[in-house]
Design a protein around this ligand. Sequence first.
Ligand SMILES: [Zn+2]
Ligand SMILES: [Zn+2]
Length: 159
Amino acid sequence: MGWGFTLKCTKCEYEMRAHLESGYALPKETLETIHDMKAGKYGKAAQKFFQENPEGSVDCDRYLFRCKECGNIQVEMVLDLYKPKEHVPELSYPNIYPVVLPGYYDKAMELEHKCKKCGCKMELQNEDRFLEEISEGKITCPNCGGHLEADADSWFDWD
Ligand SMILES: [Zn+2]
Ligand SMILES: [Zn+2]
């Protein structure tokens, strides 16, 4: 399932389209990400995790992250790492297998998300609270500190 919104600054040119995704729609991304993690493209910690947990998986849902230092807003894959419990069900559609199934995996590790602008740690945002804080003016434009508007017309939803 995916949905999104557009953030626009009322003072400057800042515009950001947030396309968020969660659920079972991402088996291809999950397989590719596991492959890249095993190859070391996501750092040593993730590579070691898959050496120790070859049946492990990763959460590739896309969520909002915000930098506490500079206020930069990014949409990123969550990339939490999961260990399977004793019985992961045999699924008839093998491509679905690596997607983290609720109840069959335990969260084992979270990877750090670094801000593309300043390199500091980013924090996962609850999107409902995030939009509330936008409307209350607590979250402002990362470029100029101006007022942000979430474009309600562009909300979409499919599955
Ligand atoms: Zn601005
Ligand atoms: Zn930052």
